[in-house]
Ligand binder design. Structure first.
Ligand code: HEM
Length: 555
């Protein structure tokens, strides 16, 4: 294995303490009692009933009966790998996160790639979003960048996540269709919620059928904050860019690959790492000063929007290499627990209402998925930073705390002195960014979240002709499976507001009347967005020119 040639980092050495090699050892029960027959249960006579007394038999059956834990409510099917991250140059100007400030520091990571809708055993190459979740085991604690391979999300507020997922998952009465976006409930949700449309354009594009996890971009989606030593914050969007380039399958390949090898993406990642072709990504940041919070014609807190790279370029800041496969799928890939709330000093949240919901949701679901509050002690989740606090007991507690007290501050045993207040040492302490917050309690979406079409149009305009053709074909395939005609009509009615040509092609393909009207936001787009739009049209034209040149070169 090529990965064995890679020197083990701190996290690997920590994991080694938990790895168990049973080769050549003698069989015992869970209590350590040696067993000499595991093929025959204890019976009363040669053809008689099995005896309850047979503790080995009962233990073996009981352990089998309890092997399953709940699969993740979303992103159930995934593949993971370990690796390392290193920043190119110090970002101390923007953040105190030490893994982003010290170019000599190698930070261990674990990454889990996933599909979203399908169950644990579903096929890899479905049309879907892919999860791209990274756990950085930093010296200041675990930082989780829980992203996707698309930069925008279908909903703006986390309170709608349950509704969205219920619409995407198989229909409740018959559990059909598995892992596909071709059904009435999804498209009904889309037509009821136009905020989904920008995302739907990505979902119908080739981005939704990546060729390989190694050839996928990743996006933190939300606008986060970086905070520096002076307490100054900067808005930031996180990007992962694969060094192999971004590549997709085409739909005909998807259909063929799914039948031939449902593990296509999982196998590709595993094999590449085994043979030493370690996949790499560059971390990129889009940085926006706080003073520019309202400088855009969309809201930075709206997760259905990108910051066009023409307006704020992506700055490459570091590189991640995945160089080691897990040794046990369940222990590592299945039990890993990511959470957007896992941040380190120097990285903070914004008021994006989707992010705020996520900060609660992951931790909450893991309480049930991983059987109680001690899941941070599971080896793959354990920080390499030391953990000291008064949290105690609970299911699956593995630590034997030795102190006679378990509260802080205490004068009996000393307890865990707090940095700063008690010791006067504030270095490395997490300090929440002191954002000023003021307002009445209201249940109302900000008007700055209202435009659902401009960026969908921007996306469409950045596509070359064959990419547009793939998108139209995807709409035709997916909507072609929708039974209710009124849902299809309403979807097409929304497409008109994105682009008339798109709506026309989809309507004609579905045998429906061509709708009237045009993009809703024409004339409303800001100069910056219009500029981005025309720049993208130029890039799209250039892509065609390259294709024509390639075709000519190829004879
Ligand atoms: C799981 C991404 C929005 C709830 C995941 C995973 C990823 C992800 C990558 C898989 C984690 C893994 O590999 O273990 C995202 C992104 C979102 C988003 C990028 C939006 C930008 C939400 C929202 C909620 C949510 C709004 C709830 C309000 C969950 C839950 C899981 C999950 C419950 C399963 C976690 C587990 O069992 O470990 N998400 N998600 N997500 N997500 Fe999200």
């Amino acid at each position: 294995r090529h990965e064995d040639a890679v020197e083990k980092d701190e996290k690997q050495r920590q994991l080694d303490q938990h790895r168990v090699d049973l080769q050549g050892t003698r069989l015992t029960t869970d209590q350590g009692v040696l067993i000499d027959d595991t093929d025959n249960s204890l019976q009363a006579g040669e053809r008689g009933p099995t005896l309850l007394e047979d503790f080995h038999f009962r233990e073996k059956i009981m352990r089998f009966d309890h092997e399953r834990i709940p699969e993740r409510v979303v992103h159930a099917r995934g593949s993971g790998a370990y690796g390392q991250f290193r920043v190119y140059e110090s970002l101390a100007e923007h953040t105190v996160a030490d893994f982003l400030c010290d170019p000599s520091l190698v930070t261990p990571v674990f990454v889990r790639f996933s599909t979203v809708a399908g169950s644990r055993g579903s096929a890899d190459t479905v049309r879907d979003v892919r999860g791209f979740a990274t756990k950085f085991y930093t010296r200041q604690g675990n930082y989780d960048l829980v992203g996707n391979n698309m930069p925008v999300f279908p909903i703006q507020d986390g309170i709608k996540f349950l509704d969205f997922v219920h619409a995407v998952k198989p229909e409740p009465h018959n559990e059909i269709p598995q892992a596909q976006s071709a059904h009435d409930t999804l498209w009904d949700f889309v037509q009821c919620q136009p905020e989904t449309l920008h995302f739907v354009m990505w979902l119908m594009s080739d981005r939704a059928i990546p060729r390989s996890f190694r050839m996928m971009q990743g996006f933190g989606v939300h606008t986060f904050r970086l905070v520096n030593a002076e307490g100054r914050a900067t808005f930031v969007k996180f990007h992962w860019k694969p060094l192999l380039g971004t590549h997709s399958l085409v739909w005909d390949e998807v259909l063929r690959v799914q039948g031939n090898d449902p593990d296509f993406n999982r196998r590709d990642l595993w094999d590449a790492i085994e043979r030493g072709a370690f996949p790499e990504w560059e971390l990129g940041l889009q940085i926006v000063p706080e003073s520019d919070e309202h400088a855009f014609d969309f809201d930075l807190l709206d997760p259905t929007k990108i910051i066009p790279e023409e307006i704020v370029p992506v700055r490459p800041v570091g590189r991640m290499t995945l160089n080691r496969n897990p040794e046990n799928f369940f222990a590592e890939t299945e039990q890993v627990a990511f959470c957007t709330a896992n941040v380190v000093p120097g990285i903070d949240f914004t008021n994006d209402p989707l992010l705020q919901a996520r900060n609660f949701s992951y931790f909450d679901t893991q309480l049930i998925r991983l059987g109680g509050p001690n899941f941070a002690q599971i080896p793959v989740n354990q920080p390499v930073a030391p953990v000291h606090n008064d949290n105690r007991d609970g299911y699956h507690q593995r630590m034997i705390h030795q102190s006679g007290t378990s509260y802080s501050i205490n004068s009996i045993s000393g307890g865990c002195p707090m940095s700063g207040v008690v010791s006067g040492d504030f270095s490395g302490v997490f300090q929440h960014y002191q954002e000023r917050v003021d307002g009445r309690k209201i249940r109302k979406r900000s008007p700055s979240f209202e435009d659902h079409y401009s960026q969908a149009t921007l996306f469409w305009n950045s596509m070359s002709f064959w990419e547009k053709r793939h998108i139209v074909n995807a709409f035709l395939f997916e909507l072609g499976h929708v039974e209710r005609r009124n849902i299809k009509e309403k979807v097409v009615g929304h497409l008109v507001h994105i682009d008339h040509e798109l709506a026309t092609q989809v309507a004609l393909g579905l045998g429906m009347p061509v709708p009237a009207g045009g993009p809703a936001n024409h004339g409303k787009a800001s100069p910056a967005l219009s500029q981005a739009n025309s720049a993208r049209e130029t890039i799209a034209t250039r892509k065609i020119a390259i294709l024509v040149t390639d075709a000519t070169d190829a004879g």
